[in-house]
Design a protein around this ligand. Structure first.
Ligand code: GTP
Ligand code: MG
Length: 452
């Protein structure tokens, strides 16, 4: 049997490991499984066989465990084979070369998942979730990716489509049987249903922001006057000497970033140049960078030296801070002159710490987590979070529904309204991949790793 339509890839990371997993998908898998183990009879599906991998010339390569999955009951929907030898890169290379010699071809990035999608084993949003799950870097993003993998986005889209189809049926019945006893065209029913759908789609589109926060991290800026302990804070939080600390004001000239976890949340934290009337050009450039970064920050740790006066900070920066997205961190409470600065930004939460004595840091982390959770607009109860691609398709659907709603209001012909509704159904379908667009699929699956 020709193996040219059988793909192969190493599914575990390249390098040394206890075992490696080489994965194959395609019609040659049953025969290959039998042949590499030198067996007289075929392998029973979903049984693990321990044996010796024999190459095409009958030479022993390594002990391995081989598992066959039958077509229709595998990840890709095709027959699949998993070969698990010892995780030695040389052994893996020999097996890969042997499989090529037997006619298999290397898989493209994401080709296993693409095949699964093409064979109807999953919708496009589930295929995307496979990649999101592999890349997830926080408990929260793992949770969302797992929900999506189990079809949360697909179910929501089919619910929206059903509701839209019922509005269409209502209108189309009117087109088909205008003389029958149906409500007149100024039906409040469909108009209200449409409005509800539009609102719900808008809410879904908003969850895109949440998805970006999950994947990229909540961008948090440490800001304050020079010498208050900003660099000491990033170092304490990350447990490293990420940023230079010194008693010379203006030590940090440009921002320094790192990643850390606050509870289940991934945080991108930036230590910035101290804010004050700069005397030299380089320092001023650093201060300008801080203000630029503040434009796109999600959260602020506004730091002050509790033994000194309350700070004076640039208005552009203060305009970005709110009681929800900022904690005032009063540092150096170990110093004798330290006093409470509760009166400074009194509506904001305050945390009192001594980075020198390592006091108050875990309380700060707790307060920070509580603020994130209170301030973040978490998705609705069914936990659906959309990505940028979904949001774009839903935006088109929403626009089509707005057109339909306007036409309904202006008592335009039901046929015209129905045409907009059909467009909306098609746009919603794009989220789960009901679209004939090879180029879109190419670019989407290219972002996957090989072996998935
Ligand atoms: N007493 C005391 N000193 C501290 C504390 N935290 C930091 N310092 C000291 O304050 C000085 C400034 O600390 P940095 O972390 O460099 O301050 P910064 O805000 O990053 O300063 P710039 O980069 O110049 O804006 C250093 O000498 C630190 O050792 C603290 O809790 N108590
Ligand atoms: Mg600094």
């Amino acid at each position: 049997m020709p193996a040219s339509d059988t793909i192969v890839a190493l599914s575990t990371p390249a390098g040394e490991s206890a075992i490696a997993v080489i994965r194959l998908s395609g019609c040659a898998c049953p025969e290959l499984g039998q042949s590499i183990l030198g067996r007289q009879s075929g392998l029973k599906a979903r049984h693990a066989y321990f044996g010796i991998y024999l190459d095409i010339k009958g030479k022993r390569i390594d002990d391995c465990v081989v598992t066959l999955y039958e077509a229709g009951k595998s990840f890709t929907g095709e027959a699949m084979l998993e070969i698990a030898p010892h995780g030695n890169p040389l052994i893996v290379q020999k097996i890969m070369e042997d499989l090529m010699a037997r006619g298999c071809r290397p898989a493209e990035p994401g080709e296993f998942t693409r095949t699964a999608f093409m064979n109807g084993k999953m919708d496009l949003s589930q295929a995307e979730a496979v990649s999101d799950l592999i890349r997830a870097r926080s408990d929260k993003s793992i949770e969302v990716a797992q929900r999506q993998l189990h079809g949360s986005v697909g179910r929501k889209m089919s619910e929206l489509t059903d509701r839209l189809l019922s509005v269409m049926a209502h209108l189309e019945a009117y087109i088909d049987f205008p003389e029958e006893d149906l409500p007149d065209e100024n039906q409040s029913g469909p108009a209200m249903d449409l409005r509800k759908l539009i609102n719900e789609i808008n809410e879904l589109i908003e969850t895109q922001h949440y998805s970006a926060l999950l994947h990229e991290g909540i961008k948090t800026l440490i800001v304050g006057e020079p010498n208050v302990g900003k660099s000491s804070l990033i170092n304490a939080l990350t447990g490293s000497d990420r940023s230079i600390v010194s008693d010379i004001p203006g030590t940090t000239r440009d921002y320094v970033s790192a990643f850390l976890m606050i509870g289940p949340w991934r945080i991108e934290i930036l230590d910035t140049a101290g804010l004050h009337e700069a005397v030299d050009v380089i320092e001023q450039l650093g201060i300008n960078h801080t203000i630029e970064q503040a434009e796109t920050a999600d959260f602020f740790l506004l730091m002050l030296d509790s033994s000194g006066d309350s700070p004076t900070l640039p208005a552009e920066l203060l305009a970005r801070t709110t009681a929800e997205n900022t904690i005032v961190v009063e540092n150096k409470i170990d110093l004798t002159g330290s006093v409470s600065h509760d009166a400074f930004m009194p509506d904001f939460k305050h945390a009192r710490v001594s980075l020198l004595e390592r006091e108050g840091i875990s309380e700060l982390r707790q307060q920070w987590q509580a603020s994130i959770e209170a301030g973040l607009k978490q998705p609705n109860a069914d936990g659906v979070v959309v990505n940028a691609r979904h949001a774009a398709a839903l935006g088109d659907a929403r626009d089509a529904l707005e057109l339909a709603a306007d036409k309904l209001k202006n008592l335009e012909l039901s046929e015209l309204v129905a045409a907009d509704l059909r467009d909306a159904v098609e746009f919603i379908g794009r989220v789960v991949g009901k679209v004939d667009n090879e180029r879109m699929l190419d670019s989407l699956f290219k972002q996957f790793c090989i072996g998935k």
